[in-house]
Design a binder for this molecule. Structure first.
Ligand SMILES: [Mn+2]
Length: 307
């Protein structure tokens, strides 16, 4: 039987990796010969999950053959998908992102919900279809939900995510909050990364209102763990500004314990940041943003509004 591949997005996060694996189980339940694959290396947070489970992650691929049948999880935008997707056949999408340019020549299954995490949608499908959720499935899903919602504290988190987390905790039979905090902390260790890597780790380019802006976000258990490397990080930011002709580079350090963020802003358009957040940058180019943790909901919108 022809094999169907399941993939999350490029530069995969915990949701893309864990949801692909659980989706494989759901597909097999329906008699589909499916295999979860990944499009990149695991980050340290996701590595923690696999060490905890004493499990090997799925194999990595870069591109697919013409005509390959695919199931996409945790993304739908072509630019985030596997190479050669245009010549593949998409059978299903399970996602929680905006839809801007999605087109297929054939009918497909499309499961989308504006929840905090793809894993929450998978949990709901499994519950509805009465598919047994093993302890390992529960831990994979808890990991994804905790990662995407910053342990249920991000404004992207919904009641559905919280309900799923609580039910999965019972199945996993672990103290899910303690587990998830350790997982998030494992992901904050960037001590062995170069500043050039750090400023590219989770960088998103925004091109709007004639401006080119990069917003990069890193999580920290203590903001000073990262802020103490400010000089070398600023040097790398300035290089990016020059190389990529940026008007603004915003580097966001998010405190996962106290749920606030400190930003460093450089470029010729830092006035946008001051207008967006209604405060002046300190003389060291930084600004504290109390209660701000979500780039998607709390940083991008005020920036775009003030372009
Ligand atoms: Mn996600």
């Amino acid at each position: 039987m022809e094999k169907i591949l399941i993939t999350g997005h490029k530069n995969p996060d915990t949701d893309s990796i864990c949801s692909s694996i659980v989706m494989e189980k759901i597909a097999k339940h329906f008699g589909v010969n499916a295999e979860a694959v990944r499009l990149g290396d695991l980050n340290k947070e996701t590595e923690y999950v696999f060490k905890y489970l004493n499990k090997e992650p799925q194999r990595m691929i870069e591109k697919v053959d013409d005509g390959q049948k695919l199931i996409l999880v945790d993304h739908n935008e072509a630019g985030q998908s596997v190479e050669n997707r245009d010549n593949a056949e998409i059978l299903a999408v399970i996602d929680h992102h905006r839809i801007t340019d999605f087109k297929t020549p054939t009918p497909l299954y499309y499961f989308a919900k504006p929840v905090g995490c793809t894993a929450t949608i998978l949990y709901e499908i499994m519950t509805e279809k009465k598919i047994e959720i093993s302890k390992e499935d529960a831990i994979l899903l808890i990991s994804a939900i905790s990662s995407d919602t910053l342990l249920l504290k991000s404004p992207t988190c919904t009641k559905e995510d919280i309900d799923a987390f609580n039910e999965l905790e019972k199945i996993a039979q672990i103290d899910a909050k303690t587990y998830a905090l350790n997982m998030l902390k494992a992901g904050t260790d960037i001590s062995d990364l170069t500043p050039e890597t750090i400023v590219e780790l989770d960088a998103k380019l925004l091109e709007e209102g004639g401006k080119r802006i990069i917003i990069d976000q890193v999580n920290a258990a203590d903001i000073n763990d990262v802020f103490s490397r400010k000089d070398e990080i600023e040097e790398a930011m300035n290089k990016e500004i020059k190389d990529k002709k940026l008007n603004l580079f915003i580097f966001v350090i998010t405190d996962i314990i106290n749920t606030n963020s400190k930003i460093i802003a450089l470029g010729d358009s830092t006035d946008i940041v001051e207008k967006a957040f209604g405060q002046k940058l300190d003389s060291d180019n930084s600004m504290m943003l109390e209660g701000v943790v979500s780039r998607k909901k709390q940083i991008v919108p005020p920036i775009v509004k003030n372009l």
